[in-house]
Write a protein that binds this ligand. Sequence first.
Ligand SMILES: Cc1cc2nc3c(=O)[nH]c(=O)nc-3n(C[C@H](O)[C@H](O)[C@H](O)COP(=O)(O)O)c2cc1C
Length: 482
Amino acid sequence: MKRKNLAMIAFLSVLSFAACIRSAAQAKANGANHILVVYFSATGTTRTLAEYAADILNADIYEIVPEQPYTDEDLAYYTGGRADREQENPAVRPAIAGSVSDMARYDTVVLGYPIWHGQAPRIISTFLESYDFSGKTVLPFCTSHSSGIGSSDDALHDLAPGANWMGGERFAADTSREEIEIWLNENGVVADLANAEADTEDLSAESTAPGVFNFETHTVLLNSGYEMPIMGLGTYSLSDEECYNSVTALLEAGGRLIDTAYMYGNEAAVGRAVRDSDVPREEIFVITKLYPGEQFANPEKAIQDALDKLDIGYIDMMLLHHPGENDVKAYQAMEQAVAEGKIHSIGLSNWYVEELEEFLPQVTITPALVQNEIHPYYQENDVIPYIQDLGIVVQGWYPFGGRGHTAELFGDSVISEIAAAHGVTSAQVILRWNLQKGVVVIPGSGNPDHIWENLDLFGFELSDDEMEQINDLDRGEKHDWY
Ligand SMILES: Cc1cc2nc3c(=O)[nH]c(=O)nc-3n(C[C@H](O)[C@H](O)[C@H](O)COP(=O)(O)O)c2cc1C
């Protein structure tokens, strides 16, 4: 992501984040109607139309994801396969992975599904029986090869008897955004203005100066000239499968920043998820790291190994994992790889003031990023400004305090009271506190719901007083040895 692409990044970023579940606080305060677009889509047709609707309505969007994904074989109709069998039996309820975080806040639900043998897929029944729709307006739509909506919408009414059901509409695969807009207008569903306000009331986004966070594009311009998202996903301790699924969930949720390392053993899984995703490579930002020992001793080979394992063309950012023998030599090899275009930006991890003072005079390229342990109980309030004053962006690992400490941090009365006041989670408060301090966040998670939540940081803002209250929690309590 080079600076010249900023306008494009801003545009794509705004589009991506239109799909994120946003904060409820502002809207609840306004007493406004909230709209949720919900859809199930096995092959993407319904998804496209649901995304049009969410975009037009400025609504939140939720995809019904089956716990057991449908394979091509499952979907082959008139073969007696899984989908055929499920449709034959109205009692089947395929399990859904994840859930809508706060259904109570929505007054209107636009519900999209494909027609399967004349009816909605049984997973729509699972969805409808999972929540209380009393008093909510539900507007169904379907896509199909050729069938009309038939009785498929009426057949859903008994599953959510308290809802105000509107008549549904069938759309063909080539339906345009304009046609969806006309349909929504005809049905009197109008844009969710409360969400629009919540999106735009944040910190001003005037700056594209290096190191200054842009809260509109959710990126920061690095001293290397590349643009980096300010929140993403850490993959430490995720197994290959968890890592692949988490990166996939992140990209689907609109996140674009992924942090891995040789030491995590999951670079290949990150690369596979990036390659398998529909998101263009240049929108994604992957960080990896070289580890002391063998890798620092033979850094050219280590860099090539990372390129091979990731297999995503170039590496956006490579860091040295922590100080160690041959670290200058390893950094110089990364400088060479930058010159060769194999790596875009380079930096350091677990380098503090003294280490930086000693290290920087020995290298040519100023690091673009320093990644250190940062959380409310270990704030590094002396280190962060020192690094930022050098024009280096700071990124925090263990934002939730690391394993064994998360419950204490989330339950901290200061943090949970601030969370309650904004109608968000403790995790979101901690991440937002980091962003407002100019610290990039990469919370680790193997849970798609948490991954979505961890990206939803722009619908509320912490006051100076709330920032101060969290700053006062510092105990200088480091939770890992680096
Ligand atoms: C199991 C199954 C049954 C289907 N039954 C019908 C049908 O009865 N009538 C029809 O027109 N299309 C039928 N289709 C096609 C889908 O409704 C159509 O391709 C839909 O747009 C797919 O939406 P999606 O891409 O969001 O999954 C069926 C598809 C599947 C997988």
